[in-house]
Design a protein around this ligand. Sequence first.
Ligand SMILES: [Zn+2]
Length: 131
Amino acid sequence: MKNWIRKFMTGRYGLDQLSNAMFISSIAIILGSILLKSTALNTAGIIILMLGYLRMFSRNTSARYRENQKFLGLFGNIRRKAAGYKETAKNRSKYKYFKCPGCGQKLRVPRGKGRVNINCPKCRHTFIRKT
Ligand SMILES: [Zn+2]
């Protein structure tokens, strides 16, 4: 039996973070669909589950690898952004945050310094703000 599985999985992609996320979210969606008695949600959950299996058993490993990398990149971005917001909230009493009118770069200036000349380190744009 185990031999049969090994033979079946040779040359196939297997499990990765994206498939794992698909399995977990599909289970959550199916459970939610039972609670909400929603057929549409149930179908969506089953489709995600099936796509997860298709990815796992796929022989096109390079395409699946690329999908997973894209997924990890996206997820990393969201995590980095959340960490940035947390940092901003934590330092709000000490610093004032401005967006550079030239390039949109987020700039941090100590509070309570009156009117200051802010020099954007990214695009060299200078502007005056009250802290
Ligand atoms: Zn700038």
